[in-house]
Design a protein around this ligand. Structure first.
Ligand code: PMP
Length: 369
């Protein structure tokens, strides 16, 4: 036991949700409906399969480009930022980890939101940092007063997700600007925009890059190909940083070949298919509104979501509800943070699968499980 650092021994493990194979065996369902990881039910652009096929036909016996130059340049062009301020990750979660390794030491303070994304807490704690989680308001919104007080305590690093996970709520431009203004200049502000593509049609949703671009302070905006682009299985995300020095610091802690060549090629192809992205966002938006309405009609309390998932108060113990759903072949996530024991987070799928989910959830909760 003394082999493992105290910080690590005391950590909660990341919860990826139930294993589809086990749920298939448990339920006997011919097809498991997986709503636990906020993936895209609409898949990736067809250009992705072609790019991967080409690379496989050519060769994968060489190491990938260690800095992902072509992809970084494609991202840089699409966002009008220099490629030298783009850092690539094996998923954007890899960049969360790099940021913590580069910036945090024992006792440093990290500020983030609750309920929130577990890795915003786990990675800082690995470094021995303390994490203060600012609760959302009763209506799942941004609590400006609480954030003001938390930021005044002098964090070294701030993790803010917009849209937020698990609620799906967004911060408006004024709220984001308040966080930016309140974060000490000596701290790194990390804006995690994993779900931004889904929120962009909302006129209230601010473009984080536009807000931070002119700011004379350290910041990094994180984005991913895992969600709206449908590439979760390939693991590729990226950060746009305030300056190249920050990217160089992350490069020093990064494993040299952290993004594999197929993922780099796939991301370039995905980035070029605007029509596929637009269609995914359009279909997701329609479904989110429809399913949230249906759930509310059935009496469930549902957080207002601008993302591709819903945070649902089931009115019953979420671990039991989740277990019952697993028995019917549906995988969702029971939330594990204090105060949210009755909440599940369910990702959107196709209309057919979503209807099955609503029906089963309603049946299970009516039984009073
Ligand atoms: N940030 C948030 C808020 C997320 O919900 C997720 C995925 N669950 C990630 C980052 C990481 O995603 P990925 O590593 O696939 O880019």
């Amino acid at each position: 036991t003394s082999l493992v650092r105290r910080e690590v021994a005391g950590l909660p493990a990341y919860d990826p949700g139930a294993d589809p194979g086990e749920v298939a065996a448990l339920s006997g369902a011919a097809r498991v409906i997986k709503l636990s990881n906020n993936e895209s039910p609409f898949g990736a652009s067809p250009a992705v399969a072609e790019a991967v096929r080409l690379r496989l036909a050519e060769s994968v016996s060489r190491y990938p480009d260690p800095t992902g130059k072509r992809l970084a340049e494609a991202i840089g062009r699409s966002l009008t930022v220099p490629a030298g301020r783009v850092v690539l990750g094996n998923g954007s979660e890899n960049i969360l980890e790099l940021v913590c390794q580069a910036v945090l030491g024992p006792g440093d303070l990290v500020t983030t939101q609750a309920p929130g994304f577990s890795l915003h807490e786990i990675f800082p704690r690995v470094m021995g940092a303390r994490v203060e989680k600012v609760p959302v308001t009763a209506g799942f919104g941004f609590d400006a007063a609480a954030w003001g007080a938390a930021l005044a305590a002098g964090p070294k690093l701030v993790f803010l997700a917009n849209p937020c996970n698990p609620t799906g709520a967004i911060l408006g431009v004024g709220e984001l600007e308040r966080v930016v203004a309140g974060t000490p200049k000596s701290a790194l502000l990390v804006l995690d925009e994993a779900y931004r593509e889904f929120a962009r049609p909302d006129p209230e949703y601010p473009d984080g890059l536009a807000v931070l671009r002119g700011q004379d302070r350290p910041w990094i905006v994180l984005r991913t190909f895992s969600k709206a682009y449908g590439l979760a299985g390939l693991r590729v995300g990226f950060g746009v940083a305030s300056d190249t020095a920050l990217v160089e610091a992350l490069d020093r802690v990064r494993t040299p070949y952290n993004v594999n060549q197929l993922a780099q090629d796939a991301a370039i192809a995905a980035l070029g298919d605007h029509a596929h992205l637009a269609e995914t966002v359009r279909r997701t938006g329609l479904e989110i509104a429809r399913v949230a309405d249906r759930l509310r009609d059935k009496g469930f309390r549902v957080a207002p979501s601008s993302a591709n998932f819903l945070f649902i108060d089931t009115g019953h113990r979420a671990d039991r509800v989740t277990r019952e759903l697993h028995r019917t072949g549906i995988i969702v996530k029971a939330w594990r943070e204090p105060g949210y024991e009755n909440f599940i987070r369910a990702s959107l799928s196709t209309p057919e699968d979503n209807d099955v989910f609503v029906r089963r959830l309603t049946e299970i909760c009516a039984k009073g499980k």
